[in-house]
Design a protein around this ligand. Sequence first.
Ligand code: FES
Ligand code: FE2
Length: 349
Amino acid sequence: MNRQSLAGLRHRLRPGTVPLRTGLAGGEGGGAPLPYPSGWFCLALSREVPAGAVVNRRFMGRDVVLYRTRGGVLRVVDAHCPHLGAHLGAGGVVDGEHLVCPFHRFAFDVGGSCVKVPGGDPPKATLGQFTVRERGRIIYVWNGHDAAPPDWEPSELPDDGFSPAASWSTLLTSHPQEVMESFVDYRHQPIVHNVSLREVAPPADEGPLLRISFSAAIRLSVGLATIRVEQGLVLSGLGLASGDVTLHQVGMSLGVVLTATPVGPWQTRLRVFAMTETASRADSTRLRKAASTSWSAVAGQALVRTIAHQMGQDARIWNRKRYEPEPRLAPEESAIGQYRGWVRQFYRS
Ligand code: FES
Ligand SMILES: [Fe+2]
């Protein structure tokens, strides 16, 4: 039995839970495949799933459905109904606090239990659920070890005092580990991006977090300013990178969130968000609030455009490269070696 069918068997044995996805995600360019990692992965912006909405996404080679009840409860569930397998994202609707299947109108509550069927008693049936979090108006789901609850939280992400001022997304022929590795691959920066970058300190391993310290000067594409990224980035597993960008010239700081979500074998949805403080935290006077909000939006858009341009440069490499399990690293590339050791924790089952 291969690993894919083993994962499928585990799923059938544990109704109502979503098992660790470990299917081998083979690289297009050949070389060794990488499994799907554990961790937190972005599926959508919060505003893409308003109250009453049912939204489809691909995640780790399967369809999942996001929905929000009329009362505002967000859930991410298996796309297929446990009754006779209808796709809940193809005609399923939110009715109050329930998700209702389009085929025979079985209704599921926010705990995943079937609680109502037309003209009879509900069967004992449970819809598989993913653990979900909303941080900074972005939706994340957990892929964990054999349906256990998350053993860490995406604590470094901008919280609910922040929201995306600008965002960008693309689909890559790659794997989250390959995408995140680029942040410790300092050598490619001047060559691929024409960016001068200096490692400030070796990456700091803090369990599921990896703090990366570098200093870089990046010119925003609108010519607004040259920004210096001094704090670097924090990787929270292989699905998330976040940090602050300070625009010294205009005395402004923006949050940046980069997410890499495996949607299928060697296919990754990359998203970039520029995060700004929401109105409740902004300046008290209306005039200052408006000024600060529009400055943030302009700067956020410029920043996202700049990062998107860089990611486009990376994508030309990522889309055709293969994964090298035993890279031949130069002595000054110890950050990559350290990263390769740190990532192992996300494949334990
Ligand atoms: S398949 Fe969903 S209610 Fe029958
Ligand atoms: Fe890069």
